[in-house]
Ligand binder design. Sequence first.
Ligand code: AOF
Ligand code: ZN
Length: 403
Amino acid sequence: MTSCPAVDGRRLNAARRLRFEHPSLRFPADPTTVRCMTSPTEFTADDAAYMARALRLAERGLYSTDPNPRVGCVIVRGGRIVGEGWHRKAGESHAEVEALREAGGEARGATAYVSLEPCCHHGKTPPCTEALIQAGVVRVVAAMQDPNPRVAGAGLKRLAEAGVATDCGLLEGTAENLNLGFCRRMRTGRPLVRSKLAMSLDGRTALLSGESRWITGPDARRDAHRLRARSSAIVTGIETVLADDPELTARLTEAPGAIVQPVRVVLDSKLRLPATARLVRNPGRAVALTTVDGASHNPAMLEVHTLPAAADGRLDLAAVIDWLGRSEFNEVLVEAGPTLNGALLRGGWVDEWIVYLAPLVLGDKARGLFHLPELTRMADRFELALKDLRPVGKDLKLTFGKP
Ligand code: AOF
Ligand code: ZN
């Protein structure tokens, strides 16, 4: 695999001008993980516009493709779009197949723009490479290589061997950002982990009583539901469940398509999760991760997985993150209290900290975001890097990542 060669300034600018803006796509891609295969290509402004369209189509699968990536495809012949498609749901047709279906006979001699390298393996569906070759497509432009080891360049290779011209790396960063979690899992076996927090102007998250609801306004809460909807799983701690009894479902009125509800995962080392908890009673999958023997301590017949304990008796977070990856979760959202967030910060397990800052003051008795009792010296402080900042209604949304 060779690294992606830089596109020259003029062509890159055309691509940049056409880069669409979407709040979920602003997080910069990790440049060390962006790869493509082919040599520099004369990408034109038209190429960039069609790829931008393919990326927009891909985005329609934001809430529904799990564990698959979001992928869009545009088929163009004679300067005209003859077919469009996107991947809606795992097990259903891939973006290319959808677009080819719409293009019909007009795919012969056409160029296909795909936001991810076409697959060449038999998964739940047959390989897209063969569908493109059979349809008579003469050129395939991919935004990025598929990080799935079963594809990883072999899709473009297969196309090239069949005489199809292939190019890769157009709007690559945007494509990568759309599937950061999928890419992370394919490359490392672990998911992308986000933690969502809400705090007052004085950095407090809840009153001492534990009362923490409604710190932020309706816009921020709607935004948080979007975060839930795009996540494969929501992770919380047993203390939060016992205190707040959250539902942990994604409730959105403006979703572009169906929402595949995230799996609710409770870190519950002693298996105290009551069968009456709302996140258990509600439809959909709920899982307790515990350190005790799940079979003998499980009168409520919950889905329980037993994982190793850390030295402090709580769940070993490395084992938890590995389990989340093995469960094919791409994006994991943590919605938890200061204890779990403190442990996650301490261990460096979170990739994105999303903090909604509400313009209110909760006072000295209220709790902070992170429980880190061992932190007493300035030298031991944790530092984060601000990645994004925007108002959401009356609140401010801050996104932090690793420095
Ligand atoms: C594409 N186009 O639209 C998508 C691709 O089990 P399957 O058959 O659905 O295959 C899933 C894998 O295919 C997934 O892990 C990723 O590598 C690729 N996804 N590929 O050509 C698409 N969604
Ligand atoms: Zn495919």
